[in-house]
Design a protein around this ligand. Sequence first.
Ligand SMILES: *[C@@H]1O[C@H](CO)[C@@H](O)[C@H](O)[C@H]1NC(C)=O
Ligand SMILES: *[C@@H]1O[C@H](CO)[C@@H](O)[C@H](O)[C@H]1NC(C)=O
Ligand SMILES: *[C@@H]1O[C@H](CO)[C@@H](O)[C@H](O)[C@H]1NC(C)=O
Length: 385
Amino acid sequence: MESFVKVTVIWMLALFILEMTEGEKLGSLPRCSWAGIYNFGDSNSDTGGISAAFIPVTSPYGMTFFKKPVGRLTDGRLLLDFLVEYIGLPYVSAYLDTINTDYRHGANFATGGSTIRRQNESIYQGGISPFSLDIQTIQFTQFKARIIDLWSSRHPAADISQLQRPDDFSKALFTLDMGQNDLSAGFRTLGEQQLRAQLPDIINDFAISVQQLYGQGARSFWIHNTGPVGCLPVTTFNVKNPKPGYLDQYGCIRYQNDIAMEFNKQLKARVIKLRSELADAAITYVDIYTAKYKLISNTKKYGFKDHLKVCCGHHENDVHIFCGKTGIVNGTKVFGGACANPETYVSWDAVHMTEAANRWVANHVLNGSLSDPPIPATHACYNHL
Ligand SMILES: *[C@@H]1O[C@H](CO)[C@@H](O)[C@H](O)[C@H]1NC(C)=O
Ligand SMILES: *[C@@H]1O[C@H](CO)[C@@H](O)[C@H](O)[C@H]1NC(C)=O
Ligand SMILES: *[C@@H]1O[C@H](CO)[C@@H](O)[C@H](O)[C@H]1NC(C)=O
């Protein structure tokens, strides 16, 4: 930050410091002037990566907002889309996309199925993306190096019209939302205790990527923790005659949510440590778990159907045809189509939330009320002062 700005900021802080909480204090400062956004994540924030690299998402995905499939694994906008709207940036193009992409305000490295740690399995097995967080970090490093090279005079004919300016990387918001698939893969391939034992290594790999991005000039980080993975209908479908206590009062698998909460606890502790290691970084930790669980445990109050009801797909009598797929039920072809009113469902496709639920979560996290420190996304450049 330039010293003039810093002095102004400190002066303004001094004015507010007496009567306000930290969040209110920082919220009184002018908005950060974000030059762009760089996102790292999984299907919760993929805006077209896995569709560009592998098999495209099909209809009825995208039906509510974009009116066609656009590589997002929901019926409309993702939390990331609401975030960029909130901070005043355009929707962010997937790095792996090659057609009509706009990288003037950042790029999105997220792909559906991504994990923090490499899973040593093909996407054709468990749906795990080969673009794990370390790979996404390498992709960013390459992206940045190539942009700097293109802007340099060595390429007078280079087309830089759709690219970020080299100076703007440190003025961008770096968002990370990863971990859900490390847990899902762990439930599938490891025992509960083994997965728990690996959490410190998973968190450590996450921290290494944050450090590497900082080394590449990233200064403002907005880090989502992981949601209540035990509440995903795709896993609760298969629970038959559960032992007492296996499910919580909302039908979520308790031990899976316990592990998600333990992951989040370790992630938060590591974020706090990263703040002291990366002196010039503003790192905001955002409690997505609490937002999602609040919605799941109060669906009626907020105008939604039960969170285990799924809008898109055919899920009846133990037959599961997933959203956009076709199957045979009793000798008849059945398409896993969408419900008539997705805005009343929490779950879009048994794995991902609907746009309506994403909007609800956005309304509860973007203003900072579930963040540490409690500052809105518009001000997430300041919290290292
Ligand atoms: C993948 O394989 C490597 C090398 O054998 C190993 O170090 C790593 O722990 C494995 N990852 C997982 C998630 O099992
Ligand atoms: C198939 O049809 C039979 C007889 O109508 C019915 O009992 C059964 O529930 C149907 N199965 C599915 C999966 O819908
Ligand atoms: C943020 O938004 C939520 C949901 O509308 C609201 O309950 C909360 O009071 C807001 N917090 C702040 C700090 O504005």
